[in-house]
Design a protein around this ligand. Structure first.
Ligand SMILES: Cc1cc2nc3c(=O)[nH]c(=O)nc-3n(C[C@H](O)[C@H](O)[C@H](O)COP(=O)(O)OP(=O)(O)OC[C@H]3O[C@@H](n4cnc5c(N)ncnc54)[C@H](O)[C@@H]3O)c2cc1C
Length: 643
């Protein structure tokens, strides 16, 4: 129930309309929560930024009803062409950044889509507008105070004619999706520990280029000296560029569009003479590596999500995607709490579930960053030093400075933890230019499959229930960088996937389901469907897998027990094997009776220990794998406040 007096007043204030804030707003609006979404900038941002949309994010976007639009506008990553230098015109290697994966029944999206973050944000903004939620531009959170029953937020707004106003408004919850330099994390007093790296800077942006084929992602050089990367985008002649390397003067490049254009010509060999025409830089940004995370996602009625809670290297393309998953994990829980269906303690599971995933993600993106930069090192000064600095050392603008001597000894990144980077100073190990030009990109320099984020799981979560015989929770190897401790290390990216579906895993899809649907107050309908169409971001879906010889009537006690929970928030789908005599689909309370025509559902949900009842949460994660009523009750009693 809303704590604020006005029944029309927004229940939740979201600060920041980047991808995290927008996805959270969409998840909350779909769940009927009244949201106010403020953004301090005057207008929506431009630029490709986090353009790589991972398969798991695509699944989430489909659940939220924006997946088709994103897919129709996005493009798949083209093959990478690495050119010879200094000529720069002949491809010495052509490879897939991510090998093409054929979709499977359980994973319909297995390839990375590219769509500029500005386009993605436009799609979500317009969907939000249809749900009566409009981003309030030029509205900035200045401060907030928490009380037992509300959060009071001080917001500064600017009218189109430039008038400044300040207001104080009350909300049930406040979410900081205000990015790496946001105020919410700071006002909450959360720590933001990790590393600031002093060498691996990148200058990134968008540039119009003519006379260069858009069939390939073009690269010249390598990040150990000078790297120029031009990736085609969904907009003809617009390329996303990335310039990096130890020989690059990033500061001067980052302040001049003309300098960027000159640099691209200078470091792409004779491409200009071959007709490449670099015309206009439309977006430019200087990336300074910070690798940091909070040690909790919130306190009381205030939470942080996305870049506001974790910053890291853009290598691996995890940032935007991780913010989307933060938002989707938080969205349904916050909706249940804000609408009075769950106790606020459910929100503790946001930190419990997401923190190990973030720690793991920071490790992975850092490994890729190191590998990209671990080429030739010429002097002591050019060593990749890492210093651990505290967030208190940020300057007034929020820019993280590299402090002088830190409390810990600086260490080179070529530390023993990463054996690939050992012995970098040994002259004998250096490749000469010819060898380097012909060097094959090693397999491990390409994106590992786990970055697709389909293995991200919450098997350790205290709000999931699994009645299979063994609980698997594999600890991962030693941390690579110093980050706040998480209670236990887990295989949160599912790299050591054991092939067994557990509570906390992503719920797989299953196509080729045929049957009928009963919706209250409506005629029953014949349908052909798939599980991803049955799942709903506003409901828990209980999948009942009938055993051979079993009739649907044997589920009557389960269906009866589920009536203790809000009917509009729990949907039941009974699945039966194709070829067995079909059960009589008459049990009231079951919405779907589905014949698993090709056995895809049975294959994907082939759980052990006689468990044939599976609960899929609104965020498309398996919440429970149980035998029947007792397990179901344990799960739902942990989620819902009882009627
Ligand atoms: C060059 C580059 C390449 C990248 N590539 C990828 C990639 O391929 N894949 C990927 O997943 N990620 C990538 N990322 C990362 C991705 O862009 C970010 O992780 C993502 O934008 C984070 O989203 P967010 O919503 O959490 O924060 P942001 O996008 O930073 O949004 C925060 C918003 O909050 C607003 N705000 C701040 N303070 C206030 C306030 N007080 N009041 C109101 N509003 C406020 C800001 O103006 C901003 O609009 C890349 C980033 C860069 C720079």
């Amino acid at each position: 129930m809303a704590m604020t007096d006005d029944p029309q007043a927004p229940q939740v204030l979201i600060v920041g309309a980047g991808p995290t804030g927008l996805v959270l707003a969409l998840a909350l609006r779909r769940n009927g929560v009244r949201v106010r979404l403020i953004e301090k900038d005057l207008a929506a941002r431009i630029g490709q930024r986090g353009a790589g949309i991972m398969p798991r994010s695509l699944e989430i976007f489909h659940l939220l009803g924006v997946g088709d639009q994103i897919e129709s506008q996005g493009i798949y990553s083209p093959r990478v062409r690495l050119y010879d230098m200094p000529e720069g015109t002949h491809a010495i290697q052509t490879f897939d950044m991510q090998p093409w994966n054929e979709p499977t029944p359980a994973c319909p999206y297995l390839n990375i889509q590219h769509l500029g973050q500005d386009r993605l944000e436009t799609i979500i903004r317009s969907t939000l507008a249809q749900l009566h939620c409009h981003v309030e531009q030029s509205a900035e959170l200045i401060d907030f105070e928490q009380y037992p029953d509300r959060v009071s937020a001080r917001i500064k707004t600017k009218t189109p004619d430039g008038q400044l106003h300040e207001e104080t408004s009350n909300f049930d919850y406040l979410i900081g999706a205000d990015g790496a330099r946001g105020v919410v994390r700071k006002l909450l007093g959360l720590s933001f520990l990790g590393e600031t790296r002093v060498v691996e800077h990148l200058v990134v942006g968008d540039v119009t280029v003519e006379g260069l084929t858009e069939e390939y992602w073009h690269m010249w050089g390598d990040a150990s000296t000078t790297l120029v990367s031009l990736r085609p985008t969904e907009t003809p002649t617009t390329f996303n560029f990335m310039i990096g390397g130890l020989d690059v003067d990033h500061d001067s490049l980052a302040h001049s569009n003309e300098a960027v254009i000159r640099f691209i010509y200078a470091h792409t060999g004779k491409m200009r003479e071959h007709g490449m025409n670099v015309k206009e830089v439309t977006w430019l940004s200087h990336y300074r590596p910070n690798i940091r995370m909070v040690d909790t996602f919130g306190k009381g009625r205030v939470f942080v999500a996305g870049d506001s809670a974790h910053v890291h290297s853009p290598t691996g393309g995890q940032g935007m995607n991780t913010g989307v998953q933060d938002a989707f994990n938080l969205g349904w829980k916050l909706a249940l709490v804000a609408n009075g269906h769950a106790k606020p303690s459910l929100l503790d599971s946001f930190t419990e579930e997401r923190l190990p995933v973030i720690a793991d993600m920071l490790d992975q993106t850092t490994v890729i960053l190191k590998k990209a930069f671990n080429g030739r090192i010429r002097s002591e000064e050019e060593k990749h030093w890492v210093e651990v600095v505290e967030v208190e050392q940020e300057d007034a603008e929020g820019e993280v400075k590299v402090a002088g001597p830190s409390t810990k000894e600086p260490r080179p990144i070529a530390a023993k933890e990463d054996s690939d980077t050992e012995d970098l100073e040994d002259e004998d190990d250096w490749e000469d230019d010819e060898e380097r030009a012909g060097r094959q990109w090693k397999e491990d320099e390409k994106r590992p499959g786990s970055l697709l984020q389909l293995g991200v799981n919450y098997r350790w979560s205290s709000v999931t229930v699994d009645e299979q015989e063994q609980q698997l929770s594999k600890p991962i190897s030693k941390r690579l960088i110093d980050l706040p401790p998480t209670p236990t290390r887990h295989d949160s990216y599912g790299r050591g996937f054991d092939g067994c579906l557990k509570a906390g895993d992503r719920a797989p899809d299953a196509p080729a389901l045929r049957g009928i649907r009963h919706t209250r107050g409506e005629e029953q309908k014949s349908i052909n469907t798939r599980l991803f169409q049955v799942f709903d971001p506003t409901k828990h879906t209980v999948l009942l897998f009938t055993r051979p010889g079993e009739t649907i009537a044997s589920y009557a006690p389960v269906v009866e027990a589920l009536k203790a929970y809000p009917a509009e928030l729990v949907r039941i789908a009974a699945l039966y094997r194709s070829g067995v005599p079909s059960p009589i689909p008459t049990l009231e309370g079951i919405e779907y009776f589905l014949e698993d025509m090709s056995g895809f559902a049975r294959d994907a949900y082939d759980v052990r220990g006689g468990c044939n009842v599976i609960v899929v949460r609104p965020d498309g994660v398996v919440g429970a794998v149980v035998n029947g009523m007792t397990g179901l009750k344990r799960y739902f009693d942990g989620i819902f406040s009882r009627k």
